[in-house]
Ligand binder design. Sequence first.
Ligand code: TTP
Ligand code: MG
Ligand code: MG
Length: 401
Amino acid sequence: MECLESSRSPLPWSGRRIAHLDMDAFFASVELLSYPELRGQPVVVGGRRRRDPEPGDAKRGFGRLKDYAGRGVATTATYEARALGVHSGLGLMKAAALAPEAILLPADFPAYARMSRLFKAAVAAVAPVIEDRGIDEIFIDLTDVPGETVALAQRIKDAVGRATGLSCSIGITPNKLLSKIASELQKPNGLTVLTLDDLATRVWPLPCSAINGIGPKASAALEAMGLCRIGQLAAADPGALVARFGRSYGAWLWEAAHGRDPRPLVTEREVKSVSRETTFERDLHPRRDRDTLTGILLDQCQRLGADLERKGRLARTIGIKLRYDTFQTVTRDLTLARATADPLAIRDAARACLRRVPLDRPLRLLGIRAGSLELPGASAGEDPFGEGAARVSGMLLPLEP
Ligand code: TTP
Ligand code: MG
Ligand code: MG
C-alpha cells in the first residue's frame, strides 16, 4: 500500500493512456468467418497445414479431433473448446481425449495475416500511435486522442468489428504492462479500464504469472519463496528478489508488481530491432540437449527471418541472449559484413555469438535478436569488413526484459 501511494500521480492517468488490444481466439475466429455453421461449437485449429481441396472433401465434412493421429498441437481453440480444457500448445491427441467431437481445422496462415493487417489498419484510422506486438495484438497510445476512455475503446472495438467481423478485447491503463494484464481480464469481447487506484483490488490478487515476463519457471521460483500472488510480490523485500533473480530481473519483478512500467510504445517507424525468444518448459543443457537446442535455434532464426521479411528490413547485427538456470542473463552480438534476412545467415551469426559465451550450465531461455535494421539496398556495395567477414563485439545488448 505504501508503495502504491508513492507511485500515485496527481493525474489519474500518470499522464498516459495506453491500450492493449488482443483479438479473441484469433485463428479460430478467422476460420469461423469461412464456416459460420460451426459457430457455437468447439473448434480447434492445428495439425497439418492447409492443402488444396480434393474431390470428396465436401462429402466427408469436417474432421473431428477423435479421428486425429499424429504429433500436432492446437494453435488455438474457440472458447467452447476451451471450456472442455483445450488450449494453445496442447497436443491434439490429448485434446481429443478431452473433446473428441470438437472440429479440427488446419491453419491457414495467409488468411490470418490478411485479417491482422485489416484490424491494425482499422485501429490506425482511429488512433495512429500503434506498437505492433504480433499477429493478433497491438498497443495503442490514446494519450493524445480526444474522447472519454470507454467511449474511445468502444469506437476502436466497433472499427475492428466492421473491418473484420471479429471481436477483440481491450485493456486501458497508464502503461503497457498493466494494459496487457487488463486486456485479459474480461476476455472474450472485453473492455477493461484500470487506473493505479485499481492495482490493489484488480491486479494484486492475480497470480504472478499474469505479468508478461514472469514465465512458469520464474513463477515456480517465486512460489518457492512463498510469493504466489502479485500483491505478495509487491510486498516482498526487493533485496531478497535481487539476491534470488539478479540485479536486473529482481528489480524489474518488484517494479512490475507495483504496476510501474515506463516503456514507451515502439512504433513501426522506430523499429530498430526484432527479436524472438523461448523460455523452455524445462532447463536444457547445452551438451545433453544439444539437438533440442539446435532445433529451437533454427526455428527462431526462421521466424526472425520471416519477421524481417514482413517488415521489409535487413539486419546488420545479430545478437543472442541466454538465461542460465541461475537466472543470470548474458548477451553477445555480432555485426555482419552484409545486412541479411536469411535464416541461415542469421543462424551462422547466432552460432558465432554462442561460441563466445560459457555453455557449461543448464539454460532456461534462448533468444535471438536482429538489430541495426536497414532497408534493402541501403548499404549496397558497401562492405567495410570484406566479403563474408564479420566483426564480433562483446557488447551487452539491452534486449527486452
Ligand atoms: P493469443 O492471442 O495468445 O490467443 P487467441 O487469440 O487464440 O485467444 P485469446 O482470446 O485468449 O487471445 O494468440 C493469437 C494467435 O496466435 C492464436 O489464435 C493462434 C496463435 N498461437 C499459436 O500459434 N501458438 C500458441 O502457442 C499461441 C499462444 C498462439
Ligand atoms: Mg488473442
Ligand atoms: Mg495475442
